[in-house]
Design a protein around this ligand. Structure first.
Ligand code: MN
Length: 211
């Protein structure tokens, strides 16, 4: 059977383009070692049930119950790692490039309206997102999701769990694993969370929200 394996996507910018907020060293290791590792481990797991290669990594995560138990945890962790990082690279861009149709560094349009409705202001939204990211003990992700009832919510997940496994649509997410910041920010996750807003690609986040 012809099988198409999962592949590591290229970054939409260079490894040093998110400096000074995220260093070239972090970006290189994060993409070439961590994300590449998730992709390769996912392929190893799916090789045992190759018909599953027909499904996208998102489809695997949406229906984890349908994955054979023997590989379910490996799929949850590694398809999660693959999908999470694929989203993550795309919702960032170098500081100073157009980040939104309106203000630089802030969302515009329908997403901006919805954020205001749900969180009162963009500043309060950022604060709540950072707080949730700080509260997550150990490794995981902080997300803005479209919840089952259609409202925007801030949640965090453990490890490489993706909100789609729980019926929620991830709009944007930040990586809380130490590999995402330790080489530059050491143990100070709060500083990393604050700096990260400088490289958010609001046009891409708005696109994900509308889709
Ligand atoms: Mn990561």
């Amino acid at each position: 059977m012809e099988t198409k394996k999962y592949e590591l996507p290229n970054l939409p910018y260079g490894y040093k383009d998110l400096e000074p907020y995220i260093s070239e060293e972090i970006m290189t290791l994060h993409h070439q070692k961590h994300h590449a590792g998730y992709v390769s481990n996912l392929n190893v797991a799916i090789d045992k049930y190759p018909t599953l290669f027909k499904k996208s990594a998102e489809e695997l995560l949406k229906n984890l119950d349908e994955i054979p138990e023997e590989i379910r945890m490996a799929v949850r962790n590694n398809a999660g790692g693959h999908v999470n990082h694929s989203i993550f690279w795309n919702i960032m861009l170098p500081f100073g490039t157009a980040q939104s149709k309106s203000k630089v560094g802030e969302p515009s349009g329908k997403l901006a309206e919805e954020i205001k409705k749900q969180f009162k202001s963009f500043t309060e939204f950022q604060q709540k997102f950072n707080d949730e990211g700080l509260r997550r003990f150990g490794s995981g992700w902080v997300w803005l999701v479209k919840d089952k009832d259609g409202t925007l919510q801030i949640i965090s997940t453990a490890n490489q769990d993706n909100p789609i496994s729980d019926g929620r649509i991830p709009i944007m997410g930040n990586d809380l694993w130490e590999h995402a910041y330790y080489l530059q920010y050491k143990n100070v996750r709060a500083d990393y969370l604050k700096a990260w807003w400088n490289v958010v690609n609001w046009q891409e986040v708005e696109k994900r929200f509308i889709e």
